[in-house]
Design a protein around this ligand. Structure first.
Ligand SMILES: C[S@@+](CC[C@H](N)C(=O)[O-])C[C@H]1O[C@@H](n2cnc3c(N)ncnc32)[C@H](O)[C@@H]1O
Length: 303
């Protein structure tokens, strides 16, 4: 009887499916729905109980995993590749000798591959290692398949581990372990950004670098309007055409708009204990804008 009640009620999100068919957990029993006392967070433009966000995000990435790389290219017109190149180029992995790196929310391994290639091609370094960590096994599987075709497969240079960025298990990820912590297009999907930063600080060695590449804020009003129009009309449409999945891509766009703007995020990094540049953009500053602020690189050092 409970199931048929659920089926009759429509999902109130943009998916508009009967609740029974909705992939975004609305078909949970009433007991797990939001209560007055529970804390809430955002999931795209929706407000949801904190404890639900992780499974909602997991559903999104389960759904997009197999089409993720193709969609990334289509959505950003290939520009995400340039941003990722610039991100890794800025960090210069291997320049000062082999490094122990962790790429959190590493998904299909885009950043890990660039780190290892950069170290090898620029500095003939075959000892730098990357642990790719993600909460989603499906994304890691895609990454593993991809690395199978590379020279790093079956070497100590790469490992894939399923874990939550907000609570990295201490036995697997002890404190003061890594020289470089990267997170690209992942932190906005996490329920608690301060918890992710706290964990990053814990696992980095003193002197280690935290680096985040994330969608950010376009400050120019004209560009910002054009960007909004592109994001909210074209991206969900591409999601429908290329991946048969409008809802997940609508979430991805909404989640970008909910992420704090550059100065606010820089302050959160400083509050977690990292030494950052000044609270401004560019040389000597805490962040660097890419493509007018569509994305930004934030860095901090654990002293
Ligand atoms: C947009 S993808 C980015 C993947 C990759 N870093 C890249 O740049 O292509 C976001 C990733 O964050 C992961 N993720 C979301 N929440 C997470 C969490 N709490 N802990 C670890 N990974 C998480 C997702 O599973 C997904 O693989």
């Amino acid at each position: 009887m409970f199931a048929s009640n659920i089926a009759r009620r429509a999902c109130r999100t943009s998916c508009n499916r009967p609740l029974r068919n909705c992939r975004f957990n609305h078909s949970q029993p009433a007991s797990s729905q939001r209560t007055e006392e529970s804390s809430t967070t955002h999931f795209g433009f929706r407000t949801v109980p904190e404890e639900q966000k992780e499974s909602l995000v997991k559903n999104v990435f389960d759904s997009v995993a197999s089409s993720y790389d193709l969609m990334n290219d289509a959505m950003s017109l290939g520009i995400h590749r340039l941003w990722k190149d610039e991100f890794v180029g800025l960090l210069k992995p291997g320049a000062k000798g082999p490094q122990k790196c962790i790429d959190v929310a590493g998904g299909t391994g885009d950043i890990a591959l660039r780190i290892l290639d950069h170290a090898r091609e620029r500095y003939a370094d075959r000892e730098t290692t990357v642990d790719v960590v993600d909460i989603n096994g499906e994304m890691l599987k895609e990454g593993y398949k991809r690395f199978k075709k590379t020279m790093y497969h079956n070497t100590p240079q790469i490992a894939f581990r399923e874990a939550n960025a907000q609570a990295l298990p201490t036995e697997q990820f002890p404190e003061n372990t890594y020289d470089l912590y990267t997170i690209a297009f992942g932190i906005r999907n996490c329920t608690s950004v301060p918890d992710v930063l706290k964990e990053a600080y814990r696992v980095l060695k003193p002197g280690g670098t935290f680096a985040c590449l994330e969608f950010s804020r376009v400050n120019n009003p004209l560009l910002s309007t054009a960007y909004d129009q592109y994001s909210f009309s074209i991206i969900p449409l591409l999601g429908t055409i290329l991946a048969g999945d409008r809802v997940s891509y609508q979430y991805l766009v909404e989640s970008i708009r909910r992420f704090p703007p550059q100065p606010e995020f820089a302050q959160m990094i400083a509050d977690a204990g990292f030494t950052t540049g000044g609270m401004f953009e560019g040389k000597g500053g805490a962040w660097r804008d890419l493509t007018f602020g569509v994305a930004a690189i934030h860095t901090g050092v654990k002293l």
